[in-house]
Design a protein around this ligand. Structure first.
Ligand SMILES: Cc1ncc(COP(=O)(O)O)c(C=O)c1O
Length: 377
């Protein structure tokens, strides 16, 4: 069985991780959070994306919340978010006291459609918050233009986009602030919780830095009401150790994705659509197919030992938690179709060539054995 979520993501670095646990535990400084390793990790990330600052925090979700707070988002404000994506896109906005306004997506790339975003800007809009998805970065140049034209902030949810580059600019560096998540399955995942805010806006950076640690400017000096969203020193040491090998893992993901796309090129006419083959603005996170008979494809793959995963089975405004915030009577046809048709197949970097070939062969065998299909778009 080739699982969608492999149990051995960090196996090669197990000994190093154990050594780092010992090193941090026995360090005379006895700093387990926000110590010198975290500061070094922040510098490495800021420099790598050309951002003025990077602030490590407790998770990608927490990073979004910290930035929304720092952008002064609150009751009466609207934040435009994709109608299709992970729950924090909506929940962080609601928890800030504002209203998420759901924009429909592009039916193929599944990232938010800038034309839909543009239609939803009102005088109450405070932030536009796109997210990179699966295999493709959001159309940041168009979204930047809309945000600048409307004089609203742009918060780039790059939780899954780390390593992507669009028009020469890194994922995360397009917004007034960008966020990353290091949860295990992400492109720069780790065995624990963590996130990062990157920004070149010194005022935003300062506020996020204060907010993540109880609103303190110095120990026991609380300038604002903050929260506890700190970064773990063991994880910082582990990420610093793994940083030099990230490009090779990204390149492997890209190579697997390109191989799949080449193999699946002919499947469009059989109702299975691969992501666009672009190199620019590519996301290395998840390889998602669109398939009209998605559940049948999932069962077909499972029966042949290939794990797959449905991100996400329902658009955000259809989730009970968020439907009360969604505009009544509005529909999100592209998000609704994506939720019915999307299926992700394994793309993790330690898949062998033979495993990748087996996965591609199995997907390609599906239409041969299942003749009825519809156009996936
Ligand atoms: C687009 C997106 N934003 C935010 C998050 C939240 O990140 P975390 O799980 O680190 O809180 C995730 C992932 O889980 C995500 O996919």
């Amino acid at each position: 069985m080739l699982p969608f979520f492999p149990p051995d993501l960090f196996e090669d670095d197990r000994e190093v991780l154990l050594d780092l646990v010992r090193e941090v535990a026995l360090d005379p400084e006895q700093r387990f959070l926000l110590g010198r390793r975290t500061a070094e990790f922040e510098n490495v990330i800021a420099e790598s994306v050309g951002a003025g600052d990077a602030i490590a925090c407790g998770s990608g979700t927490s990073a979004l919340s910290l930035v929304l707070r720092a952008m002064d988002v609150g009751p009466g404000d609207e934040v435009i978010v994709p109608a299709f994506g992970c729950a924090p896109l909506a929940s962080c906005v609601v928890l800030a006291g504002a209203r998420p306004v759901f924009a429909d997506i592009d039916p193929w790339t599944m990232v938010v459609d800038p034309a839909e975003v543009d239609k939803l800007v009102t005088p109450r809009t405070k932030v536009i918050m796109p997210a990179h998805m699966f295999s493709v970065m959001a159309d940041m140049p168009a979204l930047r233009q809309i945000a600048t034209g409307a004089s609203v902030r742009l918060l780039e949810d790059s939780a899954v986009g780390q390593g992507g580059v669009l028009a020469g600019r890194a994922a995360g560096a397009w917004g007034d602030a960008g966020v990353y998540s290091f949860v295990q399955v992400k492109t720069f995942g780790m065995p624990g919780e963590g996130g990062m805010v990157v920004t070149s806006d010194p005022a935003l950076a300062r506020t996020v830095r204060i907010l993540r640690n109880h609103g303190q400017v110095r120990r026991f000096e609380h300038e604002v009401i903050g929260c506890n969203s700190r970064f773990d020193e063991i994880m910082a040491a582990f990420q610093l150790y793994r940083w030099p090998t990230l490009p090779a893992r990204l390149a492997r993901r890209a190579a697997i994705g390109e191989y799949y796309t080449a193999r699946f090129a002919a499947l469009g006419e059989h109702g299975i659509l691969a992501p666009p083959s672009t190199r620019d603005g590519r996301c290395y996170y998840v390889y998602s197919l669109l398939c009209d008979r998605r559940d049948a494809l999932r069962d077909f793959l499972a029966a042949r030992g290939v794990g797959s995963h449905v991100y996400y089975p329902a658009p955000l405004p259809h989730q009970p938690a968020f439907s009360g915030y969604a505009e009544q009577g509005r529909e999100w046809p592209a998000a609704e179709r994506a939720a019915r048709r999307t299926l992700a197949i394994p793309v993790y970097p330690h898949l062998t060539d033979a495993q990748v070939e087996h996965i591609a062969d199995t997907v390609c065998a599906f239409p041969e054995e299942n003749q009825s299909w519809e156009n996936p778009l």
